[in-house]
Design a protein around this ligand. Sequence first.
Ligand SMILES: NC(=O)c1ccc[n+]([C@@H]2O[C@H](COP(=O)([O-])OP(=O)(O)OC[C@H]3O[C@@H](n4cnc5c(N)ncnc54)[C@H](OP(=O)(O)O)[C@@H]3O)[C@@H](O)[C@H]2O)c1
Length: 282
Amino acid sequence: MSAVPTIDLNDGHTIPQLGFGVFQIDPEDTVGAVGRALEVGYRHVDTAQMYGNEKEVGEAVRASGLDRADVFVTSKLNNGVHRPDDARRAFDGTLSELGFDYVDLFLIHWPLPTLYDGDFVSTWTTLAELHRDGRARSIGVSNFHVDHLQRLADETGVVPAVNQFERHPYLLNDEVHAYGQAHGIATEAWSPIAQGDVLDDPVVTGIAERLGRSAAQVVLRWHIQRGDIVFPKSTTPERIEENFALFDFELEGGDLEEIDGLDRGEAGRTGPNPDTFDHIPD
Ligand SMILES: NC(=O)c1ccc[n+]([C@@H]2O[C@H](COP(=O)([O-])OP(=O)(O)OC[C@H]3O[C@@H](n4cnc5c(N)ncnc54)[C@H](OP(=O)(O)O)[C@@H]3O)[C@@H](O)[C@H]2O)c1
């Protein structure tokens, strides 16, 4: 199987285009799942303070015997700690949970425009400090809409390396995607298979049958050919392997367009809308 491609980020670093997501993996299952993923060949893990499993991600990386430098690890700032001093402390907490002296990528998890007097800019400036001191090799955002991204550009001039947002065949989120492409912000597509919802779609299953691949592989391959970074989550060993086997086949242009045509806009959203989401976990 050919190697996972890398994507160039706007700060000179690179990121493996395919990784492993650990949202909703219980801490007690995380070492096993991440360990399996690293054995299969994944070299990129996406966690978050909110997921409660950073410690186990760090343990799995150490247990793998791989060099720290060979695994790209992302974490994200939790919603209750956006104020600069809180964010600095929380970032220290991430490094101590992971047992690392740096993360490859650190993101603001949600913009929370209805909280903190709408101030996500000072939070972003704090991430820029962490980037300057080298403990966050790259910094970015998650769930930022165009107006949120534009404010960061206007008020700080620091462009995020990535924006991680919900994107799959039922929610293309094309406006956000196009803004990223125009401004050098790489797209990370979360819930790339819409947590399984797109796998029974006749367009997807039709292509899968024709190519002799699984529905998940077809959708993940569509992301890869569209240039997105993806990190499907699974705790099922066979699926962890299946989701990695994306580089020995290709979709045709017509297949890509047919999948694009499944977009349902807002109706296709499975998670919260970033304009109104204001949840602060306990
Ligand atoms: N920034 C954000 O706000 C945000 C939000 C959501 C997600 N994320 C990130 O994106 C990652 C992926 O998103 P996600 O976990 O929400 O959803 P996802 O990867 O689209 O889907 C995961 C679900 O699909 C199942 N699945 C995985 N591979 C499969 C396959 N080959 N065939 C059939 N079913 C399969 C999994 O089941 P099993 O585990 O039972 O196999 C699980 O129920 C997360 O883990 C997280 O890192 C970020």
